[in-house]
Design a protein around this ligand. Structure first.
Ligand SMILES: [Zn+2]
Length: 243
């Protein structure tokens, strides 16, 4: 049984047995992984504080054939984001990100782009970036990576530009103008297209984006989360605490 290694971000962990933990990771080159950390709840165990949520770690593990659960041998902390959990709203937001990643990705999907997105957002929050802006940034890129972000610039039916925004189509795969919309339930304001254009040419650095007002960000949140809930087919548990 060879020892493997990968760079990964801890999404969450839970207790199992008397002394062990099951840990869910998102790795740079292997996507979603689950492993058992034996003895991780014993005092002075070899994992130390490396299994805290959102820790960036170098992970060493064994993989048994026909078993989904890896056996973790060692986990070296590269970068900690544990201080972010002192703020309740930030803590809930990070749980929400972890939940989205775990729910949307089948095990072993190789999604280095998601790994880099999450890491850059964590670093931007740590540097004092706006939690609201960075949350919208994460949601929008996350939808985009999954191919679930419709074209907000033109009406899905008549292809006219939408300077005044429009309404989400019933299948959430496009936006319709006032004349074409069959249902006017989920309104999309024009600020969203501006945000997406900005996002595509901006890194999530801390001081960017202060030019979006709280009202604009709230409207953007509503639309992005409507899309996420539609495709997830349920409400993420952690989102409840952010309302
Ligand atoms: Zn139209």
């Amino acid at each position: 049984m060879p020892l493997d290694q990968t760079e990964a971000i801890v999404l969450r962990s839970f207790d199992v047995g008397d002394q062990d933990k099951i840990v869910v990771f998102f790795s740079r080159d292997k996507g979603l992984l689950r492993g058992i950390a034996k003895g991780a709840r014993k005092l002075g165990n070899r994992f130390g504080s490396s299994l805290e949520p959102m820790s960036l770690v170098k992970l060493y593990y064994y993989e048994k054939e026909r078993k989904d659960l890896l056996t973790l041998s060692q986990s070296d902390l590269i970068e900690s984001f544990f201080e972010l959990y002192r703020d309740y709203r930030t803590a809930c937001t990070l749980s929400y990100f972890a939940e989205l990643i775990e729910e949307f990705f089948p095990s072993r999907a190789r999604e280095e782009i998601v790994f880099r997105l999450l890491l850059s957002i964590l670093r931007a929050i740590k540097q004092g970036g706006s939690l609201d802006v960075l949350s919208r940034y994460f949601e929008a890129w996350f939808l985009q990576i999954n191919g679930l972000l419709p074209d907000f610039r033109r009406c899905q039916k008549c292809r006219q530009p939408l300077p005044q925004g429009g309404w989400l189509s019933p299948k959430m795969d496009g936006v319709c103008c006032a004349a074409c919309a069959s249902q006017k339930k989920d309104q999309v304001l024009p600020g969203l297209a501006v945000f997406l254009a900005w996002m595509k040419k901006t890194l999530p650095a801390s001081k960017a984006a202060s030019h979006f007002s709280a009202e604009e960000l709230e409207a953007i949140r509503k639309t992005l989360q409507t899309l996420i809930l539609f495709h997830l087919e349920k409400e993420p548990k952690s989102l409840h605490f952010l309302r």
